[in-house]
Design a binder for this molecule. Structure first.
Ligand code: SF4
Length: 307
């Protein structure tokens, strides 16, 4: 960097380091899904997953090592919390994946390999918002990655005040991990609900809608056999989402060791899906991708052993 002024070089030297994370594992699934395990030091590792589809390539990025939210059906939640990722560690995942995929011929000329980023890997992104916001701005900046706001999605388990802050400071697409449509059940599945109830969460979603680059909020709903997949649950969900522009993603549960839950049958998932669609809520069932490499939703870090 000899082209830079000496004083500025010295300032940079004091303020910044140039480095990269080492790769502990790089796994390719039979369906093209690719998962990296990056060493972040101190015995911790994070995971990043690329999911190729016909018309887009989605990168699922982690924001924390582990997660403090303790959702009982989630493999990452069972691992406990280690630490927040820095802005550099968050943006590194995109930088690294883009480079590797490009080098391995994943891009057609003039096309991006990674067209969408979802902050849905390990961790609760909104509990690391100070580090996440600069990373989001780099993803959106035309001089960096230049992704459209609606192609970057932040997922949250429902940290209400931080949803308002995200809306005010960097409104990108929002996905809410809902997983239950009434408080009594959500309190049990997701302890965050004891602090921010469904009523306050849905009110925050309505406020967010006014700033969202998409005309809907995505609600994630994992299908747990006999727990949240019945007629009562479908009816409660329809009522709950009646005045929020919504899209629902049903996620067939991916069992992991000692989870204590099992996946709803395909028939039950289809019935639930149809019930919501008939009620006018756009609903899709997520195809399980990459489950041969533990990269499907809720399986991230399932096999990462913290020392
Ligand atoms: S579902 Fe999300 S918020 Fe809940 S424990 Fe897992 S990673 Fe954390």
């Amino acid at each position: 960097m000899s082209g830079l002024a000496k004083a500025f070089r010295e300032k940079l030297e004091r303020a910044a380091t140039v480095g990269t994370l080492s790769v502990k594992a790089d796994t390719l699934s039979g369906d093209g899904t690719r998962k990296w395990l990056f060493d972040i030091g101190g015995g911790s590792a994070i995971e990043t997953v690329f999911i190729p589809e016909e018309t887009r390539g989605t990168l699922c990025v982690s924001t924390q090592a582990g997660c403090a939210m303790e959702c009982v059906f989630c493999s990452t939640g069972r691992q406990g919390f280690r630490r927040n990722l820095s802005t550099a560690e968050i943006i590194f995942q995109l930088w690294r994946a883009e480079r590797v995929l490009r080098a391995s011929g994943g891009a057609r000329a003039g096309h991006r390999v990674i067209t969408n980023v979802v902050l849905m890997g390990m961790g609760e992104p909104l509990l690391n918002l100070d580090n996440l916001l600069p990373a989001l701005r780099l993803m959106l900046d035309d001089d960096a990655y230049g992704l459209a706001r609606r192609r970057v999605t932040v997922s949250t388990s429902g940290i209400v005040p931080m949803m308002d802050r995200l809306a005010a400071e960097c409104p990108v697409a929002l996905a809410v991990s809902l997983h239950a449509a009434y408080d009594e059940l959500r309190d049990r599945l997701m302890p965050v609900n004891r602090k921010y109830s469904l009523a306050s969460l849905l009110a925050a979603c309505r406020r967010y809608s006014a700033r969202s680059p998409r005309d809907f909020i995505t609600f994630e709903y994992v299908m747990l056999a006999g727990v949240n997949d019945g007629e009562r649950d479908a009816a409660a969900l329809i009522a709950l989402l009646s005045d929020v522009p919504s899209k629902v993603n049903l996620i067939p549960f991916n069992p992991f060791e000692r989870s204590g839950f099992s996946r709803s049958t395909s028939d039950v998932i289809k019935r639930f899906n149809d019930r919501l669609n008939v009620a006018g809520i756009l609903t899709t069932t997520r195809r399980t991708r990459g489950d041969d490499i533990d990269a499907a939703c809720g399986q991230l870090a399932g096999r990462v052993a913290f020392r």
